[in-house]
Design a protein around this ligand. Structure first.
Ligand SMILES: NC(=O)c1ccc[n+]([C@@H]2O[C@H](COP(=O)([O-])OP(=O)(O)OC[C@H]3O[C@@H](n4cnc5c(N)ncnc54)[C@H](O)[C@@H]3O)[C@@H](O)[C@H]2O)c1
Length: 249
């Protein structure tokens, strides 16, 4: 049995992960951790003192995740990171720490298999188009913008096309931010925050005479659980550092 702890267990994602782990035949939920809890562990340190943990799955918040990950890897607890907001530098530091400690770690900005396919399709399409922009749409409680998924999508597209066309040089932005934020390879990212959405993203490609739109919509947070369990099973058997679910799909 894979002994799993869930950090952020009271959150929207954490609750789904708790249910998914409890329903999995090959996993045992050994600890629920949430800083806002009265009836469960409040910190990873507290849980680790009492429980034997193989893997910790973290869905907390951008300002906590780096510290949580450093603690786990330094204490040989394998990690699945769903929390977004890590900087490139922090991801690189965690890669080094994971290798140094020989402790597996998988970070995925998006655990939904459909969304990962959307990113893979966008990467595939990138080399055939000159222009590309990304619109990501999320619920209005989301703490970071743009989304981790949109950043990861732009990175994957930039791997195959490092030079998407720049905006028209005469363009005037009369309302600041109207054209979105310039990310990797000149891909503009636009973030919409609105009650009602969970997570959606569309990647729009254009070239002379044609438009291609690749879109994914999340209807229910359960869509992430297949990917989370896939990741936990992979990391249980391996001590590698993986960034992106597409690398194990
Ligand atoms: N990778 C993915 O597929 C994916 C999908 C959805 C959301 N997310 C990300 O997951 C994170 C959580 O999202 P959510 O919608 O569940 O948020 P949420 O606010 O509903 O839940 C976060 C929970 O974490 C707890 N928490 C915060 N800091 C903590 C700490 N240091 N230790 C323990 N518990 C702590 C909070 O009390 C809260 O219960 C966000 O960063 C979000 O962007 C990732």
């Amino acid at each position: 049995m894979i002994k799993v702890a869930v950090c952020g267990a009271l959150g929207k994602m954490g609750k789904e992960v708790v249910n998914a782990v409890e329903a999995a035949d090959d996993m045992e939920l050994v600890a629920k951790i949430d800083i806002a809890a009265d009836d469960m562990y409040r910190t990873i340190e507290e849980a680790q003192r009492v429980e034997d943990i193989d893997i910790l799955i973290d869905f907390t918040q951008p300002k906590s995740i780096y510290q949580n990950a450093q603690f786990c890897l330094n204490n040989n607890i394998k990690m699945i990171i769903g929390t977004t907001g890590l900087t490139d530098e922090q991801v690189e530091n965690l890669r080094k720490l994971s290798n140094e400690k020989n402790t597996g770690c998988l970070i995925a900005p998006n655990f939904s298999t459909g969304a990962v396919l959307m990113m893979m399709f966008a990467k595939q399409a990138a080399k055939y188009f000159d222009n590309a922009e990304i619109i990501e749409l999320h619920h209005n409680q989301k703490k970071d913008a743009p989304s981790g998924t949109s950043i990861k999508t732009a990175q994957m597209m930039a791997e195959v096309k490092p030079d998407f066309a720049l905006n028209n040089s005469d363009e005037v932005e009369t309302i600041e931010g109207a054209r979105g934020g310039n990310s990797y390879s000149n891909i503009q990212i636009h973030s919409v925050r609105m009650p009602g959405y969970i997570a959606s993203q569309e990647v729009i490609f254009g070239s002379s005479g044609q438009i291609l739109t690749v879109r994914h919509d999340t209807m229910d947070r359960k869509c992430y659980m297949q990917g989370v369990l896939l990741a936990a099973r992979h990391i249980y058997k391996n001590n590698d550092f993986v960034y992106g679910l597409e690398n194990i799909m």
